[in-house]
Design a protein around this ligand. Structure first.
Ligand code: CO
Length: 133
């Protein structure tokens, strides 16, 4: 099985303000999209074979809003791309790896994802996404 870093997720207070450095660096930036289920608005900044995901909360109840209140802006999660998410999640559950939610979620664009809790991943919030985009 080959894993790759799909993206790095960065929590920001303002997409408009935090996009600016990447615009100055000459990056192309995706249009903004809203993920209702996570209460965030985001843009993607392509970086070679990976991407940066800038995440701004749309509600105080959003996990990103809570992260910003506690830790401030900065790296929020690392996302790994796996070929068969269902098989990986079943294996992790057998190995007693702590997941943030026990079922696979469906994000914007229909992509499937799950988060591994930092307590099972060396203090890093690890997102697993399925597929080859
Ligand atoms: Co992400």
């Amino acid at each position: 099985m080959t894993l790759a870093i799909d993206h790095l997720g960065i929590a920001v207070k303002s997409l408009a303000a935090s996009k600016a450095i990447y615009e100055k660096l000459g990056c192309s930036i995706s249009p903004e999209e809203v993920v209702e289920g996570e209460q965030v608005r985001l843009v993607m900044v392509p970086m070679g074979e990976s991407r940066l995901e800038l995440l701004e909360p749309t509600s105080e109840n959003s996990a990103i809003a809570k992260f910003l209140a506690k830790r401030g802006e900065g790296l929020h999660h690392i996302s790994l791309r796996v070929p068969d998410l269902t098989a990986v999640v079943e294996r992790l559950k057998r190995e007693n790896v702590r997941l943030v939610s026990n079922e696979i979620k469906i994000g914007a664009g229909g992509h499937r994802y799950v988060f591994i809790h930092p307590s099972s991943a060396g203090g890093v919030l690890l997102e697993l996404v399925e597929g080859g985009h």
